[in-house]
Design a protein around this ligand. Structure first.
Ligand SMILES: [Zn+2]
Length: 156
């Protein structure tokens, strides 16, 4: 085994994927049983949860994408519908011109996509543009219906 292999193994002794933490803890428990009591494990679990941070990454930079390339709009939730056209807002619901289905909360999935792509904050005008709404007032009402935390003085 050469020096590179040693450092590689050493690296994986110190850095592991979160998925492997339980098995790593179990292995450590057998190695040092007196150091990992139930109380100690509970403390460790709380420490992991307290210090856990979601890795923030700019997905556009990582995949060399332009934000203008993202297909916006609310898409049909009907799995049998092959429509690539965004749904339209009509009479308080979302309507698919292709399969004629209606879905009251189809914007939930679109807003989840928005959060994954652009982050957890959205303004009324950004929601209006992303969901292809005619009015900022509708965007405001849809966002209010989600019971999200709000910030800022401008309503529309
Ligand atoms: Zn459809």
């Amino acid at each position: 085994m050469n020096e590179a292999d040693d450092s590689y193994e050493e690296f994986f002794e110190k850095v592991i994927h979160a998925y492997h933490i339980p098995e790593k803890l179990e292995a450590m428990k057998g190695k040092w049983p007196s150091k990992l009591s139930t109380r100690g494990l509970n403390w460790l679990a709380k420490a992991f949860l307290k210090h856990h941070k979601i890795k923030e990454q700019d997905i556009f930079e990582r995949y060399n994408l332009d934000k203008q390339e993202i297909c916006t709009g609310v898409f049909c939730p009907n799995s049998k519908c092959a429509s690539r056209m965004p749904m339209i807002r009509k009479n308080g619901s979302w309507f698919c011109k292709a399969c004629l289905c209606q879905a009251k909360n189809a914007h939930f999935a679109a807003l989840k996509d928005y959060a994954l792509l652009f982050g957890p904050k959205i303004t009324n005008s950004e929601a209006q543009r992303f969901l292809h709404l005619d009015s900022c007032n509708t965007a405001y009402k849809l966002l209010q219906g989600l019971s999200l935390s709000t910030k800022g003085k401008t309503k529309f």
